[in-house]
Design a protein around this ligand. Structure first.
Ligand code: DGI
Ligand code: FE
Ligand code: FE
Length: 184
């Protein structure tokens, strides 16, 4: 069932990113089982979430152009946000996947968003705590996840905002909106 997608990923991603995608898929399925979401959808969204990560800027700009995607000011300068926007469009239009929940979870896997769905949160978190991640604080995030999805989600958003602001990067409004609407 996933084989055709795995072959496509292998052809589009470098080895490290391919392994990351498999790990995120596995983690997403695990979180979905634990927190009552569709485990197959979570696995597939995890597999595909970084499908455009190794694309050139030109290729992603072509995708935006082809599908009428207009970037806002922060997105224009934050090229690291491009792969999630391009990825969702690629999956919809080239892989013919129409499931909105899956597409949105890929679209918002980097910034998250206001009123994120359970699937959005699962992919956002799985991307953060997948097996190969080893940044400072990742074990605390994994512990938080054992306790509460919301707690882990809030801590991950907070960590992103801290890291980005310490590096004086622009922070997308979707990240702040996501953070502000967590009720904990
Ligand atoms: O694609 P991954 O590396 O697996 O993870 P990701 O999609 O979460 O991308 C993380 C990168 O995106 C990381 O370098 C930080 C950057 N990023 C996330 N949110 C923002 C951002 N960069 C800017 N400038 N603004 C954001 O809001
Ligand atoms: Fe990503
Ligand atoms: Fe990722």
């Amino acid at each position: 069932m996933y084989e055709e997608y795995i072959e496509i990923l292998k052809s589009r991603l470098n080895e490290k990113r391919f392994e990351h995608s498999l790990n995120v898929a596995k983690k997403a399925r695990e979180i979905a089982v634990r927190y009552g979401a569709d485990e197959n959808k979570a696995y597939l969204a995890g597999l595909l979430h970084d499908i455009c990560k190794n694309d050139s800027e030109e290729k992603m700009l072509q995708i935006f152009d082809k599908f009428g995607i207009i970037l806002d000011n922060v997105q224009v300068v934050s090229k690291k946000l491009w792969h999630s926007i391009a990825g969702a469009a690629y999956i919809e239009h080239f892989l013919n996947i129409s499931d909105k929940e899956l597409l949105d979870s890929v679209r918002y896997h980097t910034t998250s968003r206001e009123n994120a769905t359970l699937m959005d949160k699962i992919i956002y978190i799985a991307d953060f705590v997948s097996d190969e991640r080893n940044f400072d604080g990742v074990d605390e995030l994994r512990q938080a996840l054992d306790e509460s999805l919301e707690l882990c989600y809030k801590n991950a958003l907070s960590m992103s905002i801290n890291v980005l602001s310490s590096e004086q990067c622009p922070i997308h409004a979707d990240t702040f909106k996501a953070y502000n609407c967590v009720t904990l």
